[in-house]
Design a protein around this ligand. Structure first.
Ligand SMILES: N[C@@H](CCC(=O)NCCCC(=O)O)C(=O)O
Length: 249
């Protein structure tokens, strides 16, 4: 029997418009990266029933929270900013239920883009709502003309991200206008853009393998090094699920 871990992934959602039905979908880079890293991706459509979500999570070994539009800051007690393009509430409700349960059961998780921002706010951190206003000296982190816009990255060598990228110049794909301001307790910053914007966080908790990247290692322009983040994640998930099996045996 294959011992490849089952990695859940949330899916995006678009409400019905004109003569188009509502759709749930996922950018192929997310599941292709998990397959390339020897995991089995399981795409979960948005759901609003915590019991059903819990039952689905029972069958998974780890989870990737994908990127997308913006978290609605009103759900975290902040005012809406004119630059914010909120996720459809169908997706945001589901994502928040998923993340709360994932955190509660300490399921290994990797958040990307919005997924990392959600991991951070769910754990008690907060966000800049618009980099152009909050950090006017920041370099562009998004280019509407270029889906593969890249910038350089400074990494903490003693970290998962540091292991993956090693020394030398690193360039990563960037598509965001929000970013982490205060990092959630229990997490540390393991990569920044040279302008100071937080680009990766990792859990310091002994009982929870959790990390997030603001940049997009799954994107079409990803390098062989970017894919190594997924390999590290899948290997970490496998190690933990084998440990859990030994404990119940
Ligand atoms: N709230 C975010 C969005 C960052 C993000 O996830 N971008 C990727 C969108 C494309 C995708 O679905 O992968 C922000 O700060 O802009």
């Amino acid at each position: 029997m294959s011992n490849k871990p089952l990695i859940g992934m949330n899916a995006d959602y678009r409400a019905a418009a004109r003569n188009m039905p509502a759709y749930s979908y996922i950018a192929a880079g997310y599941f292709q990266s998990i397959i390339a890293a020897d995991g089995i991706p399981v795409v979960i459509p948005p759901m609003d029933d915590p019991v059903s979500i819990s039952r689905v999570l029972d069958s998974l070994d780890g989870f990737v929270m994908i990127g997308g539009a913006d978290l609605d800051p009103r759900n975290d007690g902040f005012m809406l900013h004119p630059s914010v393009r909120p996720l459809d509430p169908v997706r945001e409700t589901s994502d928040r239920l998923l993340m709360a349960d994932i955190a509660e059961r300490r399921m290994p998780v990797m958040g990307i883009g919005t997924g990392m921002q959600l991991l951070n706010v769910q754990q008690g951190g907060n966000l800049f709502l618009h980099l152009k206003e909050d950090l006017p000296s920041a370099v562009p982190h998004h280019d509407p003309q270029d889906a593969n816009h890249r910038h350089t990255l400074d990494v903490v060598s003693d970290s998962l991200i540091g292991r993956v990228y090693g020394d030398g110049e690193i360039r990563v794909s960037s598509r965001h206008h929000m970013a982490i301001d205060e990092v959630a307790p229990g997490f540390r910053v393991t990569a920044r853009c040279p302008d100071g914007v937080i680009e990766a966080i990792e859990s310091e908790m002994m009982d929870w393998f959790a990390l997030g990247t603001q940049f997009h290692p799954e994107c079409g322009a990803a390098s062989a090094l970017d894919i190594r983040i997924f390999e590290e994640f899948v290997a970490g998930v496998l190690e933990r699920s084998e440990q859990d099996l030994r404990l119940v045996a």
